[in-house]
Design a protein around this ligand. Structure first.
Ligand SMILES: Nc1nc2c(ncn2[C@@H]2O[C@H](COP(=O)(O)OP(=O)(O)OP(=O)(O)O)[C@@H](O)[C@H]2O)c(=O)[nH]1
Length: 599
């Protein structure tokens, strides 16, 4: 048996903002992974966008050396995980590389739904969960209440929960001491054939594909020929190493360790997450259990404002998918918007992030259509089809049954906001499944149509509970529902990119709210613009954007030319993010009007 007793592999799981990244920074500081000068605030959140939004999107690993009170130096490999509900899949991936997890709970805020969900994932995967009460420096910290919540809501012993403040540093050493005591060392054989699990892969412009792996058995070093089990392809290893958090090459990676492998792989699909690596000399090694394939939950069409940008857009998407395996896309053509792509996202936050990256990093002007979930449609000929684009819904006459995706949502909310949350769930066509009163919070679970949840539910939930309710949800099943396609007509022409699939009971109300909203968003033009909402040819709502009376240039006639040019330029700039549909200019906001109506 190889001696791996000095290794501890762990993740930090916590609800968003409870202090994972801050605690991780403290560990790095204590264990000397970076000099003072290099210790930027929140080193782990390396992407600009992450830093700006203050959220962790990609999981990262860091290897540190900690000299414990028992005199032994431990190798700590820890993996940071994102806390937002859109990125739950990253969490289970990170956990697969670990023997333990720190459950970090804000001692003022208490347990939140996301931590519950992630904690269950950790327990299911057989990890030792160690509770940590963070933010003890805050006057509102209530360690006893929060310990009670951990025991009652999650059901693990919290009597030994370690109090600390990641911000001031108080208690952080106690966290490290306890960690090396309670989290088990990994098991594995260094002399056995190589068996390594790919936890994450990303594309680096200089290095090609970098894969983060957990070595289960054996060892791997530079020059080795590795075999990617699923593709059967062999690659030569250029380098192996760890992040300290600096990229640091090592002579080898051994059983029990977590680190990177770079092997001249040019495409992220050449080293898929969840795959097993071995050496080409031992091709018969078993595959390790992988991860569930990530399925996008929300789809939207993205179209370049200028059709000349289509090729640039395609290239940008290709590059983005190198880093983001969750991103899926296929070409889409719309009568109204021309050529673009239909893209699948994990949730609205993921969609916003991708859109922002495309615009910032690739300088593209894009129009996004209203996001939608996937519907299951049973046709009269017995076929089942999945529809991720309302305009592609088969002809009504051929449909036997429409089914919508249902999620099981778990919500934790303080009692005083319970009524509001229940009302919101009812408004969203929710069916209550369970309700439990705990010391200060209530745990409720609802079955909700995914369509109602993905768009604005999270924001609405936060606002009706003054920020206190927390949410976790996952797809449960498809269920028959009375759904219809709501078409939008602009000056009599159906605009495919504006079509929606909605519940029949809400269709008229939605049609009215939508046309009203679009009336506000579509600027006045030289002629009247009629906006209609229709279901199967029957108009259910109608509004008109009245014609502009004056020509903007009229008052410049005879005036100086430069002023006129300036006005025209200003108009041109204002036109950005507008799309000419027929003879009408429609701004980006109008395509997303559905997100702005409360129904
Ligand atoms: N007062 C106090 N504030 C803290 C403490 N730990 C973290 N914070 C603050 O809480 C906020 C969130 O901390 P982060 O470390 O970014 O939280 P996170 O859990 O990593 O959040 P995500 O990366 O977005 O999932 C920051 O403003 C921190 O400065 C603490 O011990 N005390």
């Amino acid at each position: 048996m190889s001696d791996l007793s000095h290794i501890r592999n762990f993740s930090i799981i916590a609800h968003i903002d409870h202090g994972k990244s801050t605690l991780a920074d403290r560990f790095i500081q204590i264990c000397g992974g970076l000099s003072e000068r290099e210790m930027e605030a929140q080193v782990l959140d390396s992407m600009d966008l992450e830093r700006e939004r203050g959220i962790t999107i990609k999981a990262h690993s860091v290897t540190l050396h900690y000299k414990a009170q028992d005199g032994k130096t431990y190798q700590l490999n820890f993996i940071d995980t994102p806390g937002h509900v859109d990125f739950t899949y990253e969490v289970s991936r990170s956990l697969a590389a670990c023997e333990g997890a720190l459950l970090v709970v804000d001692a003022g805020q208490g347990v939140e739904a996301q931590s519950v969900a992630n904690c269950y994932t950790a327990i299911e995967q057989g990890l030792e969960v160690m509770p940590v009460l963070n933010k003890m420096d805050l006057p509102q910290a209530e360690p006893e209440r929060v310990k009670d919540e951990i025991e009652h809501i999650i059901g693990i012993d919290a009597s030994d929960a370690v109090p600390c403040s990641a911000k001031s540093g108080m208690g952080v050493l106690d966290v490290l001491e306890r960690l090396v005591q309670v989290i088990p060392a990994p098991e594995g054989e260094i002399e056995a054939p190589l068996q390594a699990l790919i936890i994450d892969s990303w594309f680096d412009n200089y290095l090609g594909v970098v894969s983060l792996v957990r070595v289960k058995h054996g060892r791997v070093k530079k020059g080795d020929k590795i075999l990617v089990k699923s593709t059967g392809k062999v690659h030569q290893v250029d380098s192996v190493g760890v992040f300290t958090p600096k990229h640091t090459e090592m002579s080898d990676l051994k059983a029990g360790e977590v680190g990177f492998i770079i092997a001249g792989i040019k495409d992220i699909h050449g080293a898929p997450v969840g795959d097993t690596l071995t050496l080409s000399s031992t091709p018969d090694v078993d595959m390790l259990p992988g991860f569930q394939r990530i399925k996008p939950q929300v789809y939207a069409g993205l179209f370049p404002v200028s059709s000349d940008d289509f090729e640039d857009f395609r290239e940008a998407l290709q590059k983005l998918t190198l880093n983001d395996a969750a991103l899926q896309y296929e070409p889409e053509s719309s009568d109204a918007l021309g050529f673009g792509f239909r893209i699948g996202f994990l949730g609205m936050l993921h969609m916003e992030i991708i859109q922002e990256r495309l615009e910032r990093e690739y300088d593209l002007d894009l129009i996004t259509t209203a996001p939608t979930v996937v519907f299951e449609v049973l046709l009269k000929n017995g076929d089942t089809v999945y529809v991720d684009n309302p305009s592609k819904l088969p002809d009504l006459a051929s449909i036997a049954e429409m089914r919508e995706p249902i999620v099981r949502a778990n919500i934790l909310v303080p009692q005083e906001h319970l009524g509001n949350v229940i009302n919101l769930c009812i408004e969203k066509r929710g069916v209550q499944r369970d309700m439990q009163f705990l010391s200060s919070q209530v745990q409720i679970s609802y079955d909700l149509p995914m369509n109602e949840v993905v768009l604005d539910f999270f924001d609405r939930l936060k606002s009706v509970s003054r920020g206190y309710a927390s949410l976790d949800y996952s797809f449960d099943r498809f269920q028959p529902a009375n759904l219809v396609k709501l078409d939008v007509l602009i000056n009599g022409d159906k605009v495919d990119a504006l079509a929606l699939i909605v519940h029949r009971d809400k269709s008229h109300q939605k049609g009215r709210a939508l046309t009203e909203k679009m009336k506000e968003l579509i600027p006045r033009q030289m002629f009247d613009v009629a906006i209609q909402a229709a279901i199967g040819g029957q108009v259910v709502a109608r509004t008109t954007v009245k014609a502009l009376r004056k020509n903007v240039l009229a008052k410049c006639y005879g005036g100086d030319v430069s002023r006129k040019r300036k006005l025209l330029e200003k108009q041109k700039a204002g036109k950005k993010r507008m799309k000419q549909v027929g003879s009408v200019e429609i701004p980006q906001e109008a395509f997303l009007a559905v997100l702005k109506v409360d129904s």
